[in-house]
Design a protein around this ligand. Structure first.
Ligand code: ACO
Length: 281
């Protein structure tokens, strides 16, 4: 999604707030750096809530946003079991901040250095990949627009709860880009290749009813019921045995890649761990 910067130190968001701009990550408190990146993190016991917090820009995302998400993943306290991602204001996220494509391109390269390009995008993808860690269950609370990088962020979560005003759109191909923030794999796994192609190559919008039908959203509720629905889901997730939750998430995410035989073996292995935990002396 991102054109390639000349390195992490020069790649900044449109507001000049690349997380690395002011020096090594440890220089200033995480909270302050996240605020500059348009992010807010609240940890309440076992639940962390990450809010995309640039409502005046419809939570458009910059390089700083993606680095900030990665920093949250790295710094999450051990006791956190559920992470909720939500957007402040009218939308979840309008995707990449389009102002990064305007101007004279200062701080950008053209992608001709393949290795640097690869490293650069991999660093941004780290903002999304931690959401799959088995130690946490991640829930996207999606309302309004979830476009491009915003749609991919929702897809990076384990479960999507959507408001009935949701509008998902994989806009990247319309802008000459591919979706590269980890979204192509979950999209294909959820809707199949044919539907994924149709959605991406037309860059059309998927509304709530279709999102529910396609399995893009597990739960759809009226807009004013979104917070309550997420609270209910979180309470249910926390009510399950923590060790079983971790083992089951690990098992389920392995399933699509495994043969039946491999998956049966994985079930036996995980269950042995559970039995040791529950009944072992
Ligand atoms: N980047 C930068 N600014 C944005 C973005 C964005 N992606 N999206 C919205 N904004 C800004 C608008 O420019 C506007 O700023 P202004 O108040 O200074 O005029 C403000 O946010 C509010 O946006 P509106 O368009 O007025 O809000 P509205 O609710 O009518 O529409 C919508 C929201 C549909 C999201 C529209 O803003 C839009 O289409 N945005 C662009 C979406 C896009 O193409 N994203 C890139 C996806 S591809 C990828 O992520 C790699």
């Amino acid at each position: 999604d991102a054109r390639v910067g000349n390195g992490p130190e020069t790649a900044t968001g449109p507001t000049g707030t690349g997380l690395t701009r002011t020096g090594p990550a440890g220089d200033r408190p995480l909270e302050e750096r996240l605020a500059e990146a348009g992010l807010r993190l609240e940890v309440d016991g076992a639940v962390a809530t990450v809010t995309l917090n640039r409502p005046e820009r419809r939570n458009a995302m910059t390089f700083a946003t993606w680095r900030g998400l990665a920093a949250i993943g790295r710094s999450l306290p051990d006791g956190v079991r559920v992470v909720v991602l939500r957007g402040a204001g009218p939308s979840f996220s309008a995707g990449i901040d389009l102002s990064m494509f305007s101007g004279d391109g200062e701080g950008f390269a053209d992608g001709s250095d393949a290795e640097a390009t690869d490293r650069f995008i991999a660093e941004l993808q780290e903002g999304y990949t931690w959401l799959r860690r088995p130690e946490i269950v991640t829930v996207a609370a999606v309302h309004g627009h979830a476009i491009g990088g915003g749609f991919q962020l929702a897809l990076a979560c384990d479960i999507r709860v959507a408001a009935d005003d949701v509008k998902f759109c994989m806009k990247e191909p319309a802008l000459g880009l591919v979706p590269d923030l980890t979204g192509t794999k979950p999209l294909v796994e959820i809707v199949g290749i044919g539907r994924a192609l149709e959605l991406c190559l037309t860059a059309r919008t998927v509304h709530a009813e279709e999102a529910a039908r396609l399995g893009i959203a597990e739960i759809v509720v009226p807009r004013d019921g979104l917070d309550a629905a997420v609270d209910d889901l979180v309470a249910s997730l926390l009510a399950v045995n923590p060790g079983a939750a971790v083992a089951t998430k690990r098992l389920l995410w392995e399933a699509p890649e495994n043969t039946l035989e491999q998956q049966c073996a994985a079930e036996r292995r995980e269950q042995a761990g559970r039995l040791r935990d529950l009944f072992g002396k």
